[in-house]
Design a protein around this ligand. Structure first.
Ligand code: TYM
Length: 347
């Protein structure tokens, strides 16, 4: 590529990503997504969304939803999302997400949605009782991204399948309506902690929905709690290996080493060069200190921001205006391509 084509492709790049306001954000959200959002905003036009429409695919207490939406927004700002540089807003304030999601419900095939593993996990055995929204969750996610014609989507590994579906929907729409309205967005899954595992079980993903609070480090945990959770984290009796190959078959050790590397911004090899041959009695306190030094300032700043909820609400409202200014013309084009008569009253 020449310098000018590189420049052109950077200019055309647009980042979009989202996060659910359901309970506490945890270390997996931070290392798998948020930290990357912070670094990408310096290079690209970036749009970050608190996905409250997605949250209600399972029942939410209205008061808790409002509180969580503010908390998640405050955590993102505290973690370094600049609301001047990036757009930060909550999904339900920009109606084009829901409008495009409906159109995509009419493009996506049942067979495509039937393959979604996240629906199977979340619906569990009681599938008949799951909401239609939970089933259609990925078409709304595709709408989130494509309503902005976003080209890059930074996420953790668990969202990869949804991103593949988004590409399929974009492609199908372009082909059905014989147009080039949507780009095929690229997932951005990077860093050494794209899938942070539970502290209690190295084969399960760290998740907000795990009933054990000891399975995760929340962004709001204080220093004592972080140290205590890491001290209690499940491990095996062996010392840490000096080579990466020695981590094979040791999921808990691999997870803790990956967390350390991600927090210290170094390679797994560097962590093993320092701790290889040493036991968890040495490693865990070092990991705990590192986690506290990185996460405590974010938790403190988040609590400070939450003292003025009206300020958070104003930031989100401003973000929604800026977001809608991008989605309105794109949806006008989509409406025209689909054959809808007239213009949206939201204009
Ligand atoms: P959510 O709210 O579950 O998670 C937000 C982000 O955190 C990442 N993540 C993890 N990364 C590494 N290890 C973990 N244990 C871990 N747990 C969560 C997720 O991959 C995600 O990047 N469907 C999305 C929200 C969404 C969205 C979108 C994302 C809605 N619309 C459009 C991108 C683009 C979700 O439920 O993320």
């Amino acid at each position: 590529m020449t310098d000018s084509t590189v420049q052109k492709s950077v200019e055309k790049s647009r980042i979009f990503s989202g996060i659910q306001p359901t309970g506490n954000l945890h270390l997996g959200n931070y290392l798998g997504a948020i930290r990357n959002w912070v670094s990408l905003q310096h290079e690209f036009e970036s749009i970050y969304c608190v996905v409250d429409l997605h949250a209600i695919t399972v029942h939410q207490n209205p008061g808790d939803l409002r509180k969580s939406t503010r908390e998640v927004a405050a955590s993102l700002i505290a973690a370094g999302i600049s609301t001047d540089r990036s757009i930060l807003f909550n999904q339900s304030c920009v109606p084009q997400h829901a409008e495009l999601a409906w159109i995509f419900n009419c493009v996506a095939r049942l067979g495509w949605l039937n393959r979604m593993t996240q629906f199977k996990e979340k619906a569990g055995k009681n599938r008949e009782n799951a909401s239609v929204g939970l089933y259609a969750y990925p078409t709304l996610m595709a709408a989130d991204i494509l309503a902005y014609r976003a080209t890059h989507v930074p996420v953790g590994e668990d969202q990869k399948q949804h991103l593949e579906l988004t590409r399929d929907i974009a492609q199908a729409f372009n082909s059905i309506f014989e147009c080039e309205v949507f780009p095929l967005p690229e997932p951005q899954i990077f860093g050494s902690a794209t899938r942070v595992m539970s502290l209690r079980d190295g084969s399960a993903k760290m998740s907000k929905s795990d009933i054990s609070d000891n399975s995760r480090i929340n962004m709001t945990d204080n220093a004592d709690l972080i140290m205590q959770k890491i001290r209690k984290a499940k491990t095996d009796p062996d010392a840490l290996p000096s080579e990466v190959a020695g981590l094979v078959g040791r999921p808990e050790a691999s997870n803790l080493v990956a967390i350390y590397a991600a927090l210290a911004d170094c390679r797994i090899e560097d962590v093993l060069a320092e701790f290889g041959g040493r036991g968890f009695g040495d490693f865990k306190p070092a990991l705990g200190d590192l986690a506290v030094s990185k996460l405590s300032p974010i938790g403190d700043e988040m609590r400070r921001l939450l003292k003025n909820p009206a300020d958070i609400d104003a930031i989100l409202a401003d973000g929604a205006e800026r977001a809608a200014a991008i989605t309105r013309p794109i949806l006008a084009e989509v409406r025209d391509v689909v054959g809808f008569l007239g213009a949206s009253t939201d204009l």
